[in-house]
Design a protein around this ligand. Structure first.
Ligand code: ADP
Ligand code: ADP
Ligand code: ZN
Length: 217
């Protein structure tokens, strides 16, 4: 069982790589962004509470996301967790350490995905996803083979995220640098930090990740 964190700014490629690891290694992807969007879609009280904060690109409270992760860690089985978009603050990182320890687990690697800001703008403004199976696409770097149809499941329900615009991205990047990037030092100090070149092609990033994971096995 290998537990990893994918750490990187919005658009770095965390979701894309997490999905590949799920497919190839049977790991479980825990994306707090996906969980929050699901809560919004279901119209729950919590979903309503976070909608505005998310559309502005600010972080939701630590309490909410820690609660979401706690539920999943308790119930999910599988071949290790991929934490995608969590933790994003130092209190979240502390909480994750405690949650794992309480469940007799620990963290194997934190993989920092390095990408520059100019590339992130292109990544975010070109992103769309399949509403049925969750596959992630890009207008230029990863278009569907047939326009308007998901390669994986054939659905025509392709959509763009409300917060994937230049304005909200500016806030999301600042939130990342202020609140999330300190985690790089935190995990470096613990000896858990690894890095990949997030600007490389999708398959090359996956290869660099596999190398890191295979060292842990
Ligand atoms: P991205 O793919 O751009 O990295 P996510 O889907 O991970 O974005 O997150 C979308 C939004 O959900 C964030 O801008 C934030 O409002 C909220 N969010 C997701 N994960 C967290 C978290 N761990 N802590 C606080 N807010 C979060
Ligand atoms: P994150 O989960 O970190 O926000 P995503 O995995 O959703 O990032 O990727 C953001 C966008 O960039 C998507 O449109 C995706 O198809 C594209 N993308 C992801 N990785 C790469 C890559 N290595 N090269 C080019 N485009 C990529
Ligand atoms: Zn699909």
């Amino acid at each position: 069982m290998i537990n990893i964190i994918l750490l990187g700014p919005p658009g770095a490629g965390k979701g894309t790589q997490a999905r590949k690891l799920v497919e190839e290694r049977g790991m479980i992807q825990l994306s707090t962004g996906d969980m929050l969007r699901a809560a919004m879609g279901s119209g729950s009280e919590m979903g309503k509470k976070v909608a505005d904060v998310m559309s502005r690109g600010e972080l939701v409270t630590d309490e909410i996301v820690i609660g979401l992760i706690e539920e999943q860690i308790k119930t999910a089985g599988g071949n290790g967790f991929i934490f995608d978009g969590f933790p994003r603050t130092l209190p979240q990182a502390d909480a994750l350490g405690q949650l794992l320890a309480r469940n007799g687990a620990s963290l194997n690697a934190v993989i920092e995905m390095r990408v520059d800001d100019a590339a992130l703008v292109r990544r975010i403004t070109g992103r769309f996803t399949c509403g049925n199976c969750g596959e992630v696409y890009h207008d230029e770097t990863k278009p569907t083979k047939v326009e308007g149809t998901c390669d994986e499941c054939g659905s025509h329900d392709l959509k763009r995220r409300a917060d994937d615009n230049a304005e909200s991205l500016k806030t999301r990047l600042m939130e990342y640098y202020k609140k999330t990037s300190p985690l790089i030092g935190y995990y470096y100090a613990q000896g858990d930090l690894f890095g990949v070149d997030g600007l490389a092609e999708i398959d090359e990033v996956a290869r660099q990740m596999a190398e890191i994971l295979d060292q842990q096995a």
